[in-house]
Design a protein around this ligand. Structure first.
Ligand SMILES: Nc1ncnc2c1ncn2[C@@H]1O[C@H](COP(=O)(O)OP(=O)(O)O)[C@@H](O)[C@H]1O
Ligand SMILES: [Mg+2]
Ligand SMILES: [Zn+2]
Length: 329
């Protein structure tokens, strides 16, 4: 899939920064080690030139096999001495080399696979992270956290129609969401947050988003009306856009669709939405859906099959009570 130049530059730049930092740190460590244990410098130089000595032994003739064997033994001894100095002084055996974030590609973003150069997993992940950041630029992420969520706002009287108080219900939902965020992985369950306006659905889903982003996952938060706009843009640009929104929505680790049911639906929009949800479900990738609609209203708005598929997969969280914004005052 294509991400466009802007996202690509952003991602490769960050990987390059990692590489630079790892190498700078290694230079600093090396200088420190050489200064404290000058023998390490000698050893490194001798190890580095052992190849030349082996070549010379071959060229000089005589008992080549025996001479090369001796050099090998010598080389191993040099390496053992160097490792010994490093370890006994509290360093890692690899302390003279850079500690790359991704040892597989050495923070270059590319690695060799079956004789071919391919994009490394770390660059793929960074592309997703950068693309998500771009998409979330205008999302109100920072204000809604678990810390700023207060279960005390909910009514402690039992709601006779459901047999539980809004307070007890939100306690359950609150701890479920905290656990969910804490244990999040790419195959976590999907969630369906239902309930009328002002009960904290958006707040808790953003709190989850914040935690999951901190863990380094790619998260996209979008309201359904915003999705309509994005799909419209994609439709009008006929794929010439920087990146295809649908690909991003499918590829990210967690997709949060807020206010489902409030958007204006077009044929293209519904097709893209179904495609997105379906593709994610096929890959067991989680979606969090928030809606003010009842199941019946959802089925009227979208196809019944779609609703039962999406909702059948998800953990349902029913928010109870009356608008928190009024109770907060
Ligand atoms: N339990 C809560 N503690 C603190 N603030 C809350 C709580 N529930 C909702 N809010 C705040 O009230 C407003 C409305 O909540 P929101 O999450 O948007 O509700 P919903 O998405 O269910 O309509 C937001 O500003 C939100 O931060
Ligand atoms: Mg909301
Ligand atoms: Zn890598």
């Amino acid at each position: 899939m294509g991400y466009g130049k802007k996202i690509y530059d952003m991602a490769t730049d960050r990987i390059a920064q990692r590489k630079l930092k790892a190498e700078k740190d290694a230079d600093r460590r090396r200088a420190e080690i050489y200064k404290a244990f000058p023998r390490t410098k000698e050893l490194e130089q001798q190890i580095a030139t052992s190849g030349i000595r082996a070549a010379r032994a071959v060229l000089n003739g005589g008992n080549v096999a025996e001479n090369v064997r001796k050099l090998k033994v010598e080389n191993l001894a040099l390496q053992a001495e160097l490792s010994g100095i490093l370890i006994s002084n509290g360093y890692s055996v690899r302390a003279l080399e850079p500690y790359y974030s991704c040892p597989k590609c050495g923070d270059t973003g590319y690695c060799e696979e079956n004789g071919k150069t391919v994009v490394c997993q770390c660059l793929k992940q960074m592309l997703i992270t950068c693309a998500c950041e771009e998409l979330n630029k205008n999302a109100p992420l920072s204000l809604s956290t678990f810390e700023s969520f207060n279960p005390e706002y909910y009514d402690k009287r039992v709601d006779s129609s459901v047999g539980i108080s809004p307070y007890n219900q939100i306690q359950k939902i609150f701890s479920y969401c905290k656990n969910y965020a804490q244990n999040f992985n790419v195959n976590s369950k999907s969630l369906l947050m239902k309930g009328s306006t002002g009960l904290g659905k958006t707040h808790l889903s953003l709190a989850i988003a914040n935690e999951v982003i901190k863990k380094g996952f790619g998260v996209i938060y979008a309201t359904a009306p915003k999705l309509t706009q994005e799909f419209e843009k994609q439709f009008r640009s006929k794929g010439a856009e920087e990146y295809q929104i649908t690909d991003m929505l499918i590829d990210c680790d967690l997709l949060i669709v807020d206010d489902l049911g409030t958007e204006f639906q077009t044929k293209y929009y519904t097709a893209q939405l179904y495609n997105t949800f379906n593709s994610r479900m096929l890959q067991d990738k989680p979606i969090i859906i928030n809606t003010n609609l009842t199941m019946h209203e959802l089925e009227k708005s979208y196809s019944q099959r779609f609703v039962s598929r999406v909702c059948g997969n998800a953990e349902r969280l029913d928010f109870l009570g009356t608008d928190i914004r009024i109770r907060k005052k």
